[in-house]
Design a protein around this ligand. Structure first.
Ligand SMILES: [Zn+2]
Ligand SMILES: [Zn+2]
Ligand SMILES: [Zn+2]
Ligand SMILES: [Zn+2]
Ligand SMILES: [Zn+2]
Length: 481
């Protein structure tokens, strides 16, 4: 407690005359580029443009990612290793968008080639298909090993676990330079417990409070009193991330021998979390050969949790491909205080001890056709009231075909199933009309504004938040359950 009072006495208000937001971008002209809308004023450097042109032609697939990471050579010969008879033996050529079969000259997805070659649908194609390389003794190295190698690259998800991210260049100033709610600077009040800062007006207050201020993540979600973190008398909810006193909640810890225990502040958070978890890695078929899947990095906390372990490699690899797709669509976004790459940390759901940049409960939704990822969206659910979708983008070569809408529909369908009522996005002023006319988003209602005051949602300087009530809510969800 001593630290808190000292912090408050020395620094009751944070002065930041530069009025800069906490998010720094490569260009002030950056816009969120949506499906069906190309931003002509988003300029990249020559180097970026060259890279971008190359990325436009490439399809966002695991094979393309392995080729670009220089893990496998383009046009390498691919073998199916699972055949028991000579008749079942198939080989093909590795291409960016699939495998070109030698026998029929058709391009197959990895999974379809596996079946075409006689593999069982339930078997792992990344294990059964491989390349005659590296060992030089004629033995085949399965694709899964190349994926493991690619993931060991320092930019990939394997390297971005929960860790303490140090602030740079700000001395002992641990407080944020920008309001967590609007991402703007100026006169800010600091939380007694964490590094978050706020504008008085963003909190809906008229004057600076006399008492020490505890933000919504440092006070018990149930009784509202401050919680002392890392104290066994309080827990953090695995879904909404809010703290609560153990004595205030009726929910008990979920213990599973293979995993870390999970805590939930109430029944609805537990229910959403259970449903959400059951959907990870599950491919949902849509029309026209499209499908959509929710991805999440589940780290070592899942231990030997079997279903997850078998999907881990494919899931991580697709997250790496998704990160590349989003990177090609947005100007670089760095957190001003910590210099972290925001898109990467969100897609790889990296945690942090700083609440503002703790992205551990983010999920990534992908729309696929065959092996190609066409559109990507990042989602975080803050309990049953609200889900935020800070990034959504369609690969350049698939724009103007309604792909973004198809992915949003899939997400909305799940949110309805989870019992979540509202989706919130940050929009630049130029894209408000598109979000409204094409996707039915509106400016925030007073009720949502009040809810957001108590939430840690990702916000960008100069953006405006918009909301949409999940279609069909609450009729299709029995709230009495
Ligand atoms: Zn064939
Ligand atoms: Zn603010
Ligand atoms: Zn706080
Ligand atoms: Zn309490
Ligand atoms: Zn909760």
């Amino acid at each position: 407690m001593e630290k808190c009072y000292k912090g408050r006495a020395l620094k009751p208000m944070k002065q930041n005359p530069s009025k800069k937001g906490s998010i720094e971008r490569g260009s002030t002209n950056r816009k969120r580029r949506l499906d069906g809308q190309r931003s002509s004023s988003t300029r990249r450097s020559k180097r970026h443009e060259n890279r971008n042109t190359k990325e436009k032609q490439n399809s966002a697939t695991i094979l393309s990612w392995l080729i670009d990471s220089q893990i496998v050579p383009e046009s390498a010969t691919i073998y199916y290793t699972g055949a028991t008879t000579q008749a079942g033996f198939k080989k093909g050529t590795l291409e960016r968008n699939g495998i070109l079969c030698t026998c029929c000259h058709c391009i197959f997805t990895i999974r379809d080639f596996h079946v075409h070659a006689g593999g069982k649908v339930c078997d792992d194609p990344y294990e059964a298909i491989g390349i005659d390389r590296i060992r030089g003794d004629g033995s085949i190295t399965p694709l899964s090993q190349f994926m493991e190698t690619a993931l060991r690259n320092r930019n990939e998800p394997e390297h971005h676990g929960i860790k303490h991210i140090p602030t740079k260049g700000f001395g002992d100033d641990v407080y944020d330079d920008a309001c967590i709610l609007c991402a703007d600077g100026g006169n800010l009040i600091c939380c007694e417990e964490c590094s978050s800062t706020f504008h008085v007006k963003c909190l809906g207050m008229k004057v600076v409070p006399d008492e020490p201020y505890y933000c919504a993540y440092c006070a018990c979600k149930i009784c509202g009193m401050p919680v002392i973190k890392r104290d066994s008398s309080s827990l953090s909810c695995s879904l909404c991330e809010k703290q609560y006193h153990v004595k205030c909640s009726n929910e008990s810890l979920t213990i599973d021998v293979n995993r870390f225990p999970r805590a939930f502040c109430d029944k609805s958070c537990r229910k959403v979390h259970e449903k959400l978890e059951s959907k990870i890695g599950m491919k949902r078929e849509l029309q026209d050969g499209l499908s959509w899947t929710l991805l999440h990095r589940f780290d070592k906390e899942y231990g030997s949790y079997e279903v997850m372990a078998s999907k881990r490699l494919e899931c991580y690899s697709k997250l790496a491909v998704s990160f590349r797709l989003l990177t090609a669509c947005f100007e670089p976004i760095k957190d001003r205080h910590t210099r972290i790459n925001m898109i990467r940390n969100v897609v790889y759901n990296c945690g942090s001890h700083y609440q503002r940049i703790n992205f551990s409960s983010f999920f990534t939704g992908i729309l696929e056709k065959g092996d190609e990822i066409i559109a990507v969206a990042t989602i975080r659910i803050h309990g049953t009231n609200l889900a935020e979708i800070p990034f959504i983008a369609t690969a350049e070569r698939h724009r103007n075909k309604g792909m973004c809408g198809k992915l949003l529909n899939g997400i909305e369908h799940d949110l309805r199933d989870f019992g979540v009522s509202t989706m919130v996005i940050p929009s630049s002023s130029e894209t408000i009309r598109v979000w409204n006319e094409k996707y039915g988003f509106q400016l925030l209602s007073e009720r949502t504004k009040k809810q957001i005051m108590k939430l840690n949602t990702l916000m960008f300087h100069d953006c405006i938040r918009m909301q949409k009530t999940v279609t069909g809510y609450p009729n299709s969800f029995d709230r009495s359950l």
